[in-house]
Design a protein around this ligand. Structure first.
Ligand code: ADP
Ligand code: TYD
Length: 209
């Protein structure tokens, strides 16, 4: 089972991923946890370049760098984990590229789609939780977040950018209603977690029946 979490920065994805990981572990299931970009040496190095505020990066270079990090991750970590039967929880995956580089940066969506299918090698999550909050709420959460620190290069993109990213997520969720579950992210952590495990249990039963 391959599950991804999506949403704008500060929406609460990592919090929910950790809660779901603990839920799986308490049931004795093996879980592989991945963050994007990251999880391999190369992908972590690319992450540093992408998030650093030291240099500017053009939208197309940004698209290709995120995609290079992803394809390394797919071959080195995701495919082997899927083969070993592990549950994979991914903090962001290819929908981030469609939302951020496609809708946010305004790159041609057909071109983004083509690069995405090369980068993923066709490996897609069966289930994606989109934790939906607006920019203002996410900003407020990040301000109070431990280790929040200075905003990275992506976080500096501003309100208009993040509004486009959110609209992008809403659009792509509607295009694939079987895979996407849109979660109202304004509620407390426990209520959101409850909805997430209900959906996961439902899918587990569907798979085993
Ligand atoms: P993301 O991974 O989407 O950037 P985080 O999970 O790191 O977001 O959450 C950002 C901040 O918001 C953290 O301080 C976290 O504790 C807090 N947070 C997460 N979920 C909620 C929630 N449902 N309500 C209030 N605060 C939350
Ligand atoms: P990160 O600190 O992991 O963000 P968060 O904790 O909010 O998930 O930083 C990753 C940043 O990179 C985030 O701003 C989203 C962005 N991003 C893209 O623009 N495109 C992508 O394909 C991916 C995976 C991430």
């Amino acid at each position: 089972m391959f599950i991804s979490f999506e949403g704008i920065d500060g929406s609460g994805k990592s919090t929910q991923l950790t809660m779901l990981r603990e839920w799986f572990e308490s049931r004795g299931s093996g879980v592989t946890v991945i963050r994007e970009p990251g999880a391999t040496l190369l992908s972590e190095s690319i992450r540093e370049i992408l998030l650093s505020t030291k240099q500017s990066i053009t939208p197309t270079a940004e698209l290709l760098l995120f995609s290079a990090a992803r394809t390394q991750l797919v071959e080195k970590v995701i495919e082997p984990a899927l083969e070993s039967g592990s549950i994979i929880l991914c903090d962001r995956y290819v929908d981030s590229t469609t939302a951020y580089q496609g809708y946010g940066r305004g790159l041609d969506l057909t071109a983004v789609q083509a690069i995405n299918s090369i980068a993923t090698r066709g490996v897609m999550p069966g289930l994606t939780f989109f934790i939906d909050v607006r920019y203002e709420q996410a900003q407020q959460r990040m301000q109070f977040s431990e280790g929040g620190g200075e905003p990275d290069r992506m976080e500096r993109a501003g309100r208009e950018f993040f509004n486009r990213v959110r609209d992008g997520y809403l659009a792509i969720s509607q295009q694939d209603v079987k895979r996407f579950v849109v979660i109202d992210g304004y509620r407390d952590r426990a209520s959101i977690h409850f909805d997430i495990i209900s959906e996961v249990e439902r899918r587990l039963h569907t798979v085993s029946s």
